[in-house]
Design a protein. Structure first.
Length: 127
């Protein structure tokens, strides 16, 4: 029969903050399947518009994902602008032309991810 150490903390799904209130360690997505499908469909249709449709669609989708995601009780906000993304995409396109497509396959996805993360912030804390 094993003796348990009373000083050992039990693994639980809550953590104590300095105010002594419990916050859930669970992560969740609050969006519904229908709404997510509608946003994806709308973004796909918006992407048909040349040049300006794609960055708008990418920003709309990322904003929806961040708005409906909670990690450890904290929500996210996406504050990226489609005009800024369009400027970056044009620059990435020209760099891809200069490097015969290598930049587009190797570096551009990483640059997009850096831009996306730089424009994602924590929203208000939900207790």
């Amino acid at each position: 029969m094993a003796v348990q150490n009373p000083n050992r903390t039990q693994r639980s799904m809550a953590v104590q903050n300095p105010n002594r209130t419990k916050r859930s360690l669970r992560s969740k997505f609050n969006g519904t399947t229908g709404k997510y499908f509608g946003v994806r469909l709308g973004c796909a249709l918006l992407s048909i518009i040349p040049i300006i449709g794609v960055p708008n669609a990418m920003c709309i989708l990322e904003r929806y994902k961040c708005k409906n995601t909670e990690i450890v009780g904290m929500s996210f906000e996406f504050n990226g602008k489609s005009g800024e993304l369009l400027k970056k995409m044009i620059g990435w396109f020209f760099l891809s032309l200069i490097t015969i497509g290598i930049y587009g396959f190797v570096v551009a996805p990483m640059r997009y991810e850096e831009w996306r993360v730089a424009h994602t912030t924590f929203g208000p804390v939900i207790m």
